[in-house]
Design a protein around this ligand. Structure first.
Ligand SMILES: Nc1ncnc2c1ncn2[C@@H]1O[C@H](COP(=O)(O)OP(=O)(O)O)[C@@H](O)[C@H]1O
Ligand SMILES: [Mg+2]
Length: 376
């Protein structure tokens, strides 16, 4: 009823024989535990849907293996994999009502009419589809079609559930409410689910672990907290988190009781400077070995109002529940977030501190070296 999923060395190439083959998924490896909720997260075109469709069997695997519950399935037809999928384009049957569309997924279970109706009603309640069940796909909104498609996948008993952008068409309030309900439903039924999304809020809210993808490659597979605290590389560091991490490409200089970071672009201006003691010896050693590094600092880790860095306010926006402050300082521009309103106006001076313990340090090629005081 609930199964593990393994992808081993999976590659997907479209138009293999053409002049310009498309490498959609590259050497993808992942082990998903039974009952785990996993999100494939990345921007459009990074290979999320291709990966999901290969698990379901709607796309063949160019290279590699896929196992469900330890059983190799990559050569099996979709119907033999016992997988339920909600498609990006819904693919409801136009001549059937929403109720009939959802019930259609139960055909294989040979239930009587009463039990079928009960199961359809249960899932429709969760998805707030009750009043629309007797309507046809063409006469309901995109959001209602999407929920019917999600219902059709969830109502089945399957080994795994594959959901491609399942809430992309819903308005924000319903989306937020459904996220919570969907998570509870998946948990209660111990369902293994792989969810595709380009929305990090959705991935964070729903998933136990998130697989961050870029250019067909898995960048990191970890819990939401781990992605935020310990990004494996600069891509994950800047992709996860809103507003994005501030980054500075710098040359590190260690000596005379100080660790100094100077602009790498020829300017040599001091970007940030610390007492050497603020970095542990192993981290000083790691930094000292690098010709050039990238410093990353998350906006909520910037302390505003005090500290060694003098800057000037570029913009100060209250966005309803937090302040987004942009300031220029000798090192460049820095964005910070504050929980409270800030009285500062554009052009006014401001002081900032960037705690050494909150810095993310990446090598010149983007690979993480240290997070705070922890070497990678
Ligand atoms: N059937 C197809 N034929 C050719 N190229 C495709 C096909 N499906 C997807 N692609 C290409 O593969 C890449 C990954 O697409 P996709 O898996 O849909 O990404 P995502 O779901 O992350 O947006 C893209 O460059 C896309 O244009
Ligand atoms: Mg897609």
């Amino acid at each position: 009823m609930t199964a593990s999923v393994s992808l081993r060395g999976v590659n997907k190439i479209y138009a293999r024989k053409a002049k310009n083959p498309i490498y959609a998924v590259k050497d993808f490896n992942i082990e998903i535990a039974p009952g785990e909720i996993v999100a494939l997260l990345g921007s459009s075109g990074c290979g999320k849907t291709s990966t999901l469709r290969m698990i379901a069997g709607f796309e063949d695997v160019t290279e590699g293996e896929i196992l469900i519950g330890g059983r190799p399935v990559h050569r099996l037809a979709p119907a033999k994999r016992n997988v339920a999928m909600a498609f990006e384009g819904y693919s409801l049957y136009p001549p059937l009502t929403l109720r009939q569309n959802i019930a259609f997924a139960l055909k294989g279970e040979r239930l009587d009419a009463a039990e079928t109706n009960r199961r359809v009603d249960d899932i429709s309640k969760l998805l707030e589809l009750g009043p629309h069940l007797d309507r046809y796909p063409s006469s309901v909104s995109a959001g209602q079609q999407q929920r019917a498609s999600l219902g059709r996948a969830l109502v089945r008993k399957a080994d795994i559930y594959l959901l491609d952008e399942p809430m992309g068409q819903l308005e924000p309030q319903l989306r937020a409410a459904l996220r919570g309900r969907l998570k509870r439903y998946l948990r209660e039924h111990k369902m293994t689910a792989v969810l595709v999304t380009h929305d990090q809020t959705e991935a964070n809210a729903l998933a136990d672990r998130i697989a961050v993808m870029e250019g067909g490659r898995l960048q990191q597979f970890a819990s939401p907290a781990e992605l935020k605290d310990s990004p494996a590389n600069l891509f994950v560091g800047t992709f996860i988190g809103e507003p994005p991490m501030n980054v500075y490409r710098v040359k590190p200089v260690i000596g005379e009781g100080r660790v100094t970071f100077r602009g790498a672009g020829g300017t040599q201006a001091e970007v940030l400077s610390y007492e050497a003691g603020q970095f542990t010896a192993p981290i000083q050693a790691l930094i000292g070995r690098q010709e050039e590094i990238v410093l990353g600092i998350r906006p909520h880790d910037v302390a505003v109002g005090d500290g060694p860095n003098a800057g000037e306010i570029v913009s100060n926006q209250w966005i309803g529940d937090q302040t987004h402050m942009e300031a220029s300082f000798p090192g460049g521009v820095i964005v910070s977030t504050l929980d409270a309103r800030h009285p500062g106006r554009q052009g006014e001076p401001i002081r900032l501190s960037v705690p050494a313990g909150k810095l993310h340090i990446f090598a010149g090629d983007g690979k993480a070296i240290a997070h705070g005081t922890r070497p990678v």
